[in-house]
Design a binder for this molecule. Structure first.
Ligand code: AHR
Length: 501
């Protein structure tokens, strides 16, 4: 038996809804087909956005969407994607499959997409191959309400009123595909470029995200913070976020491993690598703390998720992969970690929303399926805007060999905006279920409802069998009185309990 203790009186921080954010890049079938379709594609849509997908995303309460990349962002020239579609420039998407990008999805379409999903926008600018002027004009085009060349151009293109830009990324992976820079060079460029990412309205701040590290590259964080925090730069609004990218790759970058064909060893190895996220959060946060004691700069984990070999027979540049119960665990573990570190982690964006890497939705022409990861996000949505509660769960080490040992359970608990306590727990064991006794201090639990996503570790949805994995009711919870509950969490599963108090 494992004990879970919850102290509803001890609030540990606010859980930004953005911790459950998404990322959609011009990559493979992520945007084109996944989200945006041509009028003659025979897929029901509203202004090009596919209806089935939008409906499914709305159910998730997607808080924020990052676009247009990724590596694509530092090769993207926004002016190619505005104005009449027939006149838009075509380009080669050099990073992703060398396919022709016709720029039919640009700024106006992205804003329309966010509107339809009802989510915030996170636009990633081009520092790698774009000019300061280009970046500055993009912000002017999107947000300026007066008379100016860019505002006039926007109006000419059919959008009278400016948009509000919620987040703006000043480059992406500038240590790699975004220019192969050294931290000092990037940091100096960040200081310069961000100067021209202006707030045209006093009460509408564009939150600026600085390019942070790749995984455990702590030197990058140290050097970037050091250079950026040198006077005479004003802290407020100069850097609102520092990004971090970390992918769970079970094998090596050359042989990552299959999304569906893996053994127990690879299963535990995947989860072990996912848990490394906590070491990264703590390590980068410790460096940030030295420069930003008041936590004004949020950690923005704007790319995370599993990365496997592409599905056999698909374009290697399209990064299309299936999604199993193992991915559900990866999602649950990460989302629990983000909650637990919500004092520093202010946004996280799963890579990527549709048809690319660890997606919540897969499409095949007119067909659409929800992945196990989708169902986990749908259960965790109750944590959005909630207050993290002090909680602790007893665990034991499980796994196969020393190298692949993991704790059997992870959890996070919050007090939701609905007044209920929301408990999410992952059981990492692919063979054992565990009895859990939960104690909510000084509280009577009046009602309990629960859901579970789980099953055999390889289980996944296909276009032929779209409901192999769904969230099922989890009602075998005994209420022992005095805030005590007893239940058994099944092997390889993620559960959500909502406790009315
Ligand atoms: O998500 C796929 C790619 O991974 C992104 O374009 C890049 O930022 C990262 O390396």
């Amino acid at each position: 038996m494992f004990r879970l203790s919850i102290n509803p009186k001890s609030h540990k921080g606010h859980i930004n809804p953005e911790l459950q954010g998404h990322f959609a890049e011009h990559l493979g079938r992520g945007i084109y087909e996944g989200l945006y379709v041509k009028e003659d594609a025979g897929i029901e849509n509203v202004n090009g956005m596919r209806k089935d997908v939008i409906e499914a995303l709305k159910e998730l309460q997607v808080p924020v969407l990052r676009w247009p990349g990724g590596c694509f962002a530092d090769e993207y020239h926004w002016k190619d994607g505005i104005g009449p579609k027939e006149g838009r420039k075509k380009m080669i998407n050099t990073h992703w499959g060398g396919v022709v990008e016709d720029n039919s999805f640009g700024t106006h379409e992205f804003m329309e997409l966010c509107d339809q999903i009802s989510c915030k926008n996170y636009v990633n600018g081009n520092l790698g191959s774009g000019t300061v002027q280009e970046m500055s004009e993009w912000v002017e085009y999107m947000t300026f309400d007066g008379v100016s060349p860019m505002a006039d151009l926007r109006k000419k293109n059919g959008h009278e009123k400016p948009w509000k830009v919620d987040y703006f990324g000043v480059g992406n992976e500038n240590w790699g595909c975004g220019g192969n820079m050294l931290p000092d060079m990037y940091a100096n460029l960040y200081r310069r470029y961000q100067t021209y990412v202006r707030d045209y309205k006093q009460d509408e701040h564009v939150n600026k995200v600085c390019c942070g590290a790749n995984a455990e590259d702590f030197t990058w964080t140290e050097e970037v913070m050091k250079t950026c925090f040198k006077a005479p730069v004003h802290l407020h609004g100069f850097m609102d976020g520092l990004s971090l990218h970390y992918y769970t790759v079970p094998g090596t970058w050359e042989h990552k491993g299959s999304a569906t064909d893996f053994d127990e060893k690879e299963y535990y190895k995947t989860l072990k690598k996912t848990l490394f996220m906590e070491t990264l959060i703590k390590g980068h946060a410790a460096i940030m703390d030295r420069y930003d004691k008041d936590h004004k700069v949020g950690m923005v984990i704007d790319e995370w998720g599993t990365w496997y070999d592409v599905e056999p027979g698909t374009n290697p540049g399209f990064l299309y992969q299936q999604n199993t119960i193992r991915d559900a665990l990866v999602a649950g573990i990460n989302l629990n970690l983000f909650n637990k570190h919500c004092d520093r982690v202010k946004m996280a964006n799963i890579a990527q929303m549709i048809n690319v890497l660890q997606s919540v939705i897969l499409t095949d022409g007119q067909k659409m399926i929800k992945t196990p990861t989708y169902h986990v996000f749908n259960m965790y949505k109750y944590h959005q805007n909630a207050e993290l509660l002090d909680s602790f769960i007893e665990t034991q080490e499980i796994g196969l060999e020393d190298e692949y040992k993991v704790p059997n359970l992870t959890e996070s608990v919050s007090l939701g905006t609905d007044g209920k306590i929301h408990v999410t727990i992952t059981n990492l064991s692919c063979s054992e279920s565990y009895e859990i006794e939960a104690a909510v201090a000084d509280t009577e639990v009046k009602e309990i409802s629960g859901q579970v996503v789980g099953g055999e570790m390889h289980l996944h949805n296909t276009f032929e069998e779209p409901e192999n994995v769904v969230a099922k009711a989890f009602d075998a919870v005994e209420n022992l009185g005095n805030g005590k509950l007893k239940f058994t969490i099944p092997a390889s599963s993620v559960i959500h309990l909502a406790l009315s108090i």
